[in-house]
Ligand binder design. Structure first.
Ligand code: C2E
Ligand code: MG
Ligand code: MG
Ligand code: MG
Length: 285
């Protein structure tokens, strides 16, 4: 398709170079302009504690409202930003905005005492960039938000890069209490021994496995992942829960946390506050 062709062109010209073909709109200059002009924004999807229905936190998901292309999904522009060398500037904007939003929610002092976590996606290049971990911690310090409530999501396939910079950043983050999540689990090639070696706190079951579940269909992969996570002492979140049958199936197998359209689509911060932060304040009265 068109996005695939654009991606190919972007990769062909390589990092930091001007992109003249399909991916030009995600060049470093274009992304900087887009940030300056307020074209990027974040949506937040609640992470739900399955057995109680309580909101445990949110995942930040970036969007680009492009002046001529309209709303571009991250699956299209993130790979282009990675290829063109603009991911670092965009990623750091995402980190700052996400932590500022979470600090704002924390100031609302929920009556149920629940402190909401914030999950931030990091791409391979972001995590490999020098100083990424320190940047996250600095942003926490700036707004007085506890690093222990921050989770950095890394796609399973990106853990494969054994770069020293990736390991350094993960160490810096975990030493400060930040949790590391493995995103889209089941789509990559992690061996069991590898899972016990890497510094990891949370596994997110890819939504392709969750989506396959219905009243008559099991997901052996989701089932085994829940059991394995428990055995390894890792937390687990099922992504892409869309039906009550899927939620029931996951509850029966002891999956502690879920995300998905059944609970909420990703929403702007003010809507997240109204539905999942202030909602908790009023539900007791
Ligand atoms: P992800 O991190 O696995 O995020 C989950 C994706 O599933 C999101 O798509 C979310 O909107 C979607 N989703 C959530 N619940 C459901 C559901 O019940 N059904 C279905 N069909 N989909 C659901 P989105 O927002 O389009 O993001 C796609 C991917 O783009 C993300 O996958 C993540 O890898 C990447 N991404 C998004 N925001 C960022 C970011 O700020 N930085 C980086 N590096 N990557 C990002
Ligand atoms: Mg994610
Ligand atoms: Mg991801
Ligand atoms: Mg995922």
């Amino acid at each position: 398709g068109r996005a695939g062709k654009a991606l190919f062109e972007a990769q062909r010209v390589g990092r930091g170079k001007v992109i003249t073909h399909g991916g030009y709109y995600a060049s470093p200059a274009a992304v900087r302009d887009g940030l300056t002009n307020g074209e990027f924004f974040l949506l937040f999807q609640p992470v739900i504690h399955l057995s109680t229905g309580a909101t445990a936190g949110a995942e930040a998901l970036v969007r680009w409202q492009h002046p001529t292309r309209g709303l571009v999904p991250p699956a299209e522009f993130i790979p282009l930003c990675e290829a063109s060398g603009s991911m670092q500037v965009l990623g750091r904007w995402v980190v700052r905005e996400s932590i500022e939003a979470a600090a704002d929610w924390a100031r609302r002092d929920r009556s149920d005492g629940q402190q909401l976590s914030i999950s931030i996606n990091a791409s391979a290049r972001e995590l490999a960039s020098a100083g990424y971990g320190d940047y996250v911690l600095d942003e926490c310090a700036t707004v007085g938000f506890p690093p222990s409530l921050v989770r950095i999501e890394v796609t399973e396939t990106d853990f494969g890069t054994d770069a020293a910079a990736v390991r350094d950043n993960i160490r810096v983050l975990r030493d400060a209490g930040v949790l590391i999540s493995m995103d889209d689990f089941g789509t990559g090639h992690s061996s069991l021994s590898r899972l016990t070696e890497i510094d990891l706190d949370v596994i997110k079951i890819d939504r392709s496995f969750v989506g396959a579940i219905d009243d008559t269909t099991d997901s052996p992969v989701a089932d085994l992942t829940i059991k394995m996570a428990a055995a390894l002492g890792l937390d687990v979140i099922a992504e892409g829960v869309e039906t009550k049958a899927q939620a029931r199936w996951l509850l029966d197998r002891g999956c502690p946390y879920v995300q998905g359209y059944l609970y909420s689509r990703p929403v702007p911060s003010d809507e997240f506050v109204a539905r999942f932060v202030e909602e908790a304040l009023t539900s007791r009265s």
